[in-house]
Unconditional design. Sequence first.
Length: 638
Amino acid sequence: MALLCLTVIAGAQGIKSPDGKIVVLLELTDGGQPSYRVLYEGQEVVQRSALGLVTNMGDYTQGLAFQKSSVQNEIAERYSLRNIKQSQVDYKANEVVTTCMKDGKPVMEIIFRVSNRDVAFRYRILPKRDTRVCVVEREASAFVLPEGTTTFLCPQSKPMGGFARTSPSYETPYTCDEPVGKNGWGEGYTFPCLFKTNGGQWVLISETGTDGHYVGCRLLNDHDGAYHIGFPQAGELNGTGSTTAALALPGETPWRTITVGPLANIVESTAAFDLVKPKYEPSQEYVYGKGSWSWIIGMDPSCNFDEQKRYIDFSAAMGYQSVLIDAFWDRQIGYDKIAELARYGREKGVGLFLWYNSNGSWNDAPQTPIGKMDNARVRRQEMKWMKDNGIRGIKVDFFGGDKQPMMQLYEDILADANDFGLLVIFHGCTLPRGWERMYPNYAASEAVLASENLHFGQGACDAEARNATIHPYLRNTVGSMDFGGSALNKRYSADNQHGTIRRTSDVYALATAVLFQSAVQHFALAPNNLTDAPAWAIDFMKQVPTTWDEVKFIDGYPGKYVILARRAADRWYVVGVNAENKPLKQTVTLPMFAAGSALTVYSDDAKLNGCVKTVKQNKKQQLQVTIPCNGGLVITSE
């Protein structure tokens, strides 16, 4: 349907969002170089930035002309998805498809979609005479931020480094409020990437829709505020495989997404899911929910039959749906005894997730089972055994980068697992890029400095609250995050007497159970918490949902504090955590709770001693709250 979304502004094609707040200007330079700009409420948040591809069929970054007429579409779609931040999504956007000509022939289409929060673009490469395949050698796609912009970024690690040469695995610490012009540790940044312009607007850059037909990308800095799309590093996958992407034609690249505006737009964006479609039907109705795992507290020695049986009993006592049995189970428990545990779990209403090493030839990680997930024949045999024994899902770890063969492996694991009714969690892995909608049995990915680091080093414990105030604005806003946290032990050890010390409060643990979104949550709780943790904390952790119908950002700043609300059915949970050295004192407006209604409030005193009390919502629907450093807040209706 033809729309008024496409206008001519100073010689450029202007594409507007449905509400008119966002305008994208698409234009050609004198040399036939395509570029775009993004304005939000009249303020330029992305300056003139290059578009185009270089392929083995030709250079589509210059010498181009736009076909006189562009195709305009109104996108209006309503979809349901139980395992993301919002279960019902009404997606509306204006789409413009511009055909690029070279030497008088159509070679490529640039597709822009503009919604009220998000800008997205991708390319469609067209066949050239009898050529039906091509290699994309690089993208010119760029993002130029205004002078004075500050950054919130996660550096890309070099390949074949870290533990057992398993990097890159999207597990590096974020830098906050730094100036533009840096390039991380020399290798750019992993998505998503957050920026704050000098005009006070926020810009989140990421990608979605990546599958086995392309590579996973990163963001590289050229100079100052100029960034561009980067392909994988040559050393990934132990140096094997190309860094380029091979496509059958006509072929489409993944979407590049730019979310703009206030922080609420960033936190509440559903762009990662709006732009993709399911790749196959679910083989069954998948069961999400809560679970426990022994490894985060007891490490490898806890992976034995008796301890896993104890954790099954613990999950049953908590009303949880699963237990995650981590590495070395094949050696320390064995297949026959795992089958026995699965039968025991079924009697208790508790399913099992089993850990696997992804590795074939791309790292030195010794954890087993190994050599199972990288081979289709062996993988499907293993998955049949799991189906026969009622295993609920798998956690696959230690992937080797973002080259196309690795992206194909992710997709193959997911597709095979669906054939056998298995949910899939990835660790030591890439960022999910719309996978909750693309792959119905996809549960979550790590792709973050997760809870294991709290066990490994005191520095991670000391910085726990700071990191928690970053994830809702970056990593977790674009995809489900398998963090494995919410510990109630004082120390990360089986006896709760040794090891690293938890700096955060019990209320903080409750708050992050809501703050960190993933439809499957294996919490860092331990059986001893049934008697040594506050009863109010255990009661909350028994009933907290893991699937949500709505999210609302209330207040916060990345790296300092966050307050947001999530709704499950008709019940709202307002949660907050504070990483600043002083108490956070706020008057928060809570329109989701009716005036006069009774609210249950979990809060901390100055010494991080938690308590729970009932308060009445006032007529202004406001509440004064105080959150100490490393503390938390939870407000919910009775």
